[in-house]
Structures are given as structure tokens and as C-alpha cells.
Design a protein around this ligand. Structure first.
Ligand SMILES: Nc1nc2c(ncn2[C@@H]2O[C@H](COP(=O)(O)OP(=O)(O)OP(=O)(O)O)[C@@H](O)[C@H]2O)c(=O)[nH]1
Ligand SMILES: [Mg+2]
Length: 314
């Protein structure tokens, strides 16, 4: 155990990858390691990159890695894949597009299934981020598709959120108004080589103008990029660091981190409680018994749940 902890702290890719796999498989051995690593986390700057499928997020992340390496930052990347719960598919796509960094010791890239055994990306992503943090990465990039719960979860672990959009999104922008527009700290109009990018920038700026940020005076910038040609990427990285500086100074960041932490802790408490309550054989028998009574309409499910809990909390 000591050895594994030291390997991870020294940045070993192999040890890091192994631990993330353990955590994904919900092995208690993984949690034991994470407990020891936790005091060594907290230094990384965590950036979530979200946006619709095909917006160029992976291409952009690839450029961001290059730019961050020029600035001597060690970079960890998590690519959250929504489509394939186990492997293959888009995972391969992301690997192929980020392949240029494979031989760079300062870059660690990991693809993760968005829906693990417990459902939802929340926990495994959070745990993987802790591993990447403990490995000594200065910046952690998390790519997720902005289609629903996944990006909401990813905000729950990020310090800054980059929302990527592309010209010609049309109605999608309206949908964005409700969701993604509220969560972005930095906005990117990628594929700025295509027609309609100036219009999209103006539209976004107009909509962002209406956004009320209570805590900070940060005005989310809209940055045009052509990820295919590595254009606008330095500006994007500058904007992320600017946000980090301002949000640190204003207290927004510590407030966000505290909120994220509370959510994590609550989630762990609920999982532990559920396990303690539902796992024992006696509980399973009692549950089956109550279930039969519910089916016969002798008891309603609410009362049944209360009865089961009552045996634990008197
Ligand atoms: N014209 C143009 N095409 C781009 C640009 N950036 C990326 N692309 C292309 O857009 C396509 C999708 O790029 P990805 O990086 O895979 O997009 P993604 O958002 O990661 O896609 P998913 O992970 O599948 O949601 C690829 O064919 C890229 O080559 C750009 O700046 N301009
Ligand atoms: Mg991608």
C-alpha cells in the first residue's frame, strides 16, 4: 500500500491508471488508497470542457494540452464518454485525437465511461480527479458532452467551466440559454473558420450580458478558436487562468469548492447508509417480506420503507 501511494505521488502513470480502474470497479482497496492520498490533493486547477457532440472539444483539449505544456504545466485529462458504458467507440476517437502526447511524461490521459456501475459519473469522476491531483498535475482537463446530467455532474468537480459552441447551432443556442449559459465561466466559439462565428459571438455576448452573477464580478469572455489550426488557444488558456486568479481573490472559487465538497460528502453518506441498510441478509429478507405485503396492498410502500428504516434508527 505504502509503495502504491508513493508511486502515485511521484506521478507514475501506471499506478495512477491502476488506481482509477480500482475505483471505477468500486474496489475497497481503491478507497483505502484514496484515503491516504487525500492530504496530498487540492493543488490542481480543474477545468471542465463541455459542449454539444462534435463541437471540437477533444481537438481543443489537445491544443490546450500543448499550450499548457509550453507553459511548463503538468496536465491530466479525463475524457468522459457518454455513449459507451464500457469501452470502444468514442473512447478510441478521443485517444486517436490526443495521441500526440502519448510519449510526454507530463501528460496523463484517461477515458472514463460516463455511467459506472453505480450510475452517474459523479463519483468516479470525482475520485479520478483526486488521483490526477495527487499525481501532481497542475491542471486537470475534463471533457464531457453537454447533453444532460453529465455536464451538470462535471461542474460539481470543476473549478472553471469552459462551454464550447460552434457556428450554425441555431436552436441549440436557445437550449443553451437555459443550461450551459448559466454554468460557463469561459465561452468558446470553436470552428471560427466556418461562416456565422461572428454572429454567434455577438449572440452569446448579448445573452451573457443578461446573466446575473451574484458573487463575482467576473464577466465570462467569449473566445473564438480554430482548434484544427491551434488558433485562439493561448487566449483561451489565458482566460482560464484569469478566471482562476479573479475567482480566488473574490472568494467565488473557495465557495464553489466548498459547495462541491458538501455535495460529495452527502453523496458518500447516502451511499454508505444505503449499503449499511440494504446489504445485510436480514434486511434483504425483511425487504422481500415487506415487498410481498405491498403487492397484496396490505401496506403502502411509504410505510414499508419507514418500517424497514425503523429497525435501524430507533
Ligand atoms: N472546421 C473545423 N473543424 C474542426 C475544428 N475543431 C475540430 N473540428 C472537427 O470537428 C470534428 C469533431 O471534433 P472533436 O474534437 O472530436 O469534437 P468533440 O466535441 O470532442 O466530439 P465528441 O467528443 O464526439 O462530442 C472533427 O472532425 C474535427 O476535426 C475547427 O476549429 N474547425
Ligand atoms: Mg470528444
Amino acid at each position: 500500500m505504502r509503495e502504491a501511494v508513493e508511486k502515485i505521488l511521484s506521478g507514475s502513470h501506471l499506478a495512477g491508471a491502476r488506481l482509477i480502474s480500482l475505483l471505477e470497479a468500486r474496489q475497497s482497496e481503491g478507497v483505502a488508497l484514496l484515503k491516504q492520498l487525500y492530504p496530498h490533493t487540492g493543488a490542481a486547477f480543474i477545468i471542465g470542457i463541455t459542449g454539444p457532440p462534435g463541437a471540437g472539444k477533444s481537438t481543443l483539449v489537445d491544443c490546450m494540452i500543448t499550450e499548457l505544456r509550453l507553459r511548463k504545466k503538468r496536465v491530466g485529462v479525463l475524457a468522459i464518454d457518454p455513449s459507451s458504458p464500457y469501452s470502444g467507440g468514442a473512447l478510441l476517437g478521443d485517444r486517436v485525437r490526443m495521441r500526440g502526447h502519448e510519449l510526454d511524461d507530463g501528460v496523463f490521459i484517461r477515458s472514463m465511461a460516463s455511467r459506472g456501475r453505480m450510475g452517474g459519473i459523479g463519483q468516479s469522476t470525482r475520485e479520478a480527479v483526486l488521483v490526477l491531483d495527487a499525481m501532481g498535475h497542475d491542471v486537470i482537463l475534463i471533457e464531457t458532452v453537454g447533453v444532460g446530467q453529465d455536464e451538470i455532474d462535471v461542474i460539481g468537480v470543476s473549478h472553471a467551466t469552459v462551454v464550447v459552441s460552434i457556428p450554425g447551432m441555431g436552436d441549440d443556442i436557445q437550449a443553451m440559454k437555459a443550461g450551459l449559459l448559466e454554468i460557463g465561466d469561459v465561452f468558446v466559439v470553436n470552428k471560427a473558420d466556418l461562416a456565422g462565428s461572428e454572429e454567434l459571438v455577438r449572440l452569446l455576448e448579448g445573452m451573457l450580458h443578461l446573466r446575473a452573477d451574484a458573487v463575482s464580478s467576473w464577466r465570462p469572455p467569449v473566445i473564438q478558436t480554430v482548434a484544427l489550426r491551434n488558433e485562439g488557444v493561448a487566449e483561451l488558456i489565458d482566460a482560464c487562468f484569469d478566471f482562476h486568479r479573479q475567482a480566488s481573490a473574490s472568494g467565488l472559487l473557495s465557495q464553489r469548492i466548498a459547495g462541491n465538497q458538501t455535495a460529495f460528502l452527502r453523496q458518500l453518506v447516502m451511499e454508505l447508509a444505503a449499503e449499511k441498510i440494504l446489504k445485510p441478509a436480514s434486511s434483504r429478507d425483511r425487504l422481500a417480506e415487506l415487498n410481498r405485503a405491498v403487492a397484496r396492498r396490505e401496506i403502502d410502500p411509504y410505510t414499508a420503507a419507514e418500517k424497514l428504516l425503523a429497525t435501524f434508527f430507533r
